[in-house]
Write a protein that binds this ligand. Structure first.
Ligand SMILES: Nc1ncnc2c1ncn2[C@@H]1O[C@H](COP(=O)(O)OP(=O)(O)OP(=O)(O)O)[C@@H](O)[C@H]1O
Length: 251
């Protein structure tokens, strides 16, 4: 029988990353297929942000290969901007343009980078704001919004570029508890869009359990587990992961 051909979106092969002499990613091997929703968890300082930021070239790697949509992202010949156009990132602290309206925040990159005609751009931006429940805030400035609303604008903004993949780096860590649910619900809806590949760093274990196809567990710069979600939560194979899950679920 012919082997099923997988459609790989993100692939780390023996990736090593150092900050000076500090070894932040140790021989990382990871393959994420198109359309998968993968959650990345692990203790503070284990390298989750470093791994996710390497994917769109925000952190250089020193050894190994990292391909995104078939391009070796750390090959000097690769045009990193072409990859960043299709790989969106949602940050912990939103990173909105505070001097621009909500609508302008969503319209800016498609206008400047993709030269989308104004009318089409505005229509799509308003559709996206509707999708995140904020169409009525289109004319507001970010300073008028709650943290949860800001993060929903940031999500709409990342979708405006019609990404192939979205990277979420602790998208709810800076939010008040009552804001978290709405943001997670929207991330779940987006992640379940079958074409989109999502990689989500989160400490929200119940959310991870609901949304992810797979869970990656990191500690000390290494991937210790890469399991189907239910397998991971039913019985992590490493003691380190078991301790982590027990600790997080206790809180
Ligand atoms: N710019 C940097 N220079 C030096 N060391 C860094 C830098 N960025 C991160 N580190 C170190 O690399 C390690 C991994 O950091 P990283 O932010 O990737 O971890 P994390 O798992 O995302 O942690 P957290 O859950 O606390 O955000 C940490 O020990 C951190 O101190």
């Amino acid at each position: 029988m012919a082997e099923e051909k997988k459609d790989i979106m993100i692939q780390f092969q023996d990736v090593e990353k150092y900050y000076g002499s500090f070894h932040a990613l140790k021989k990382v091997n990871l393959t994420i297929d198109r359309g998968e929703t993968v959650v990345l968890i692990g203790p503070s300082g284990s390298g989750k942000s470093t791994l996710i930021r390497a994917i769109n070239g925000l952190e250089p790697i020193q050894e190994g290969h990292l391909t995104v949509n078939g391009f070796d992202i750390h090959d000097p010949k690769t045009d990193i901007n072409k990859i960043r156009k299709r790989v969106g990132m949602v940050f912990q602290h939103f990173n909105l343009y505070n001097n621009k309206s909500v609508l302008e925040n969503v319209m800016l990159a498609p206008r400047i980078v993709n030269h989308i005609p104004e009318e089409e751009n505005e229509k799509y931006a308003l559709d996206l704001l509707d999708r995140v429940g904020l169409k009525d805030k289109a004319g507001s400035m970010p300073s008028m919004l709650s943290g949860g609303q800001k993060q929903r604008v940031a999500i709409a903004r990342s979708l405006a570029m019609k990404p192939l993949a979205l990277l979420f780096d602790e998208p709810t860590s800076a939010l008040d508890p009552e804001m978290i649910g709405d943001v997670l619900r929207i991330i779940q809806e987006i992640a379940n869009d079958s074409d989109l590949t999502s990689l989500i760093v989160t400490h929200e274990m119940n959310f991870a359990r609901k949304v992810a196809n797979r869970v990656i567990f990191m500690a000390d710069g290494q991937i210790l587990e890469d399991s189907k979600t239910e397998d991971f939560f039913n019985k992590p194979t490493s003691e380190r992961a078991q301790q982590f899950v027990d600790q997080v679920l206790d809180h």
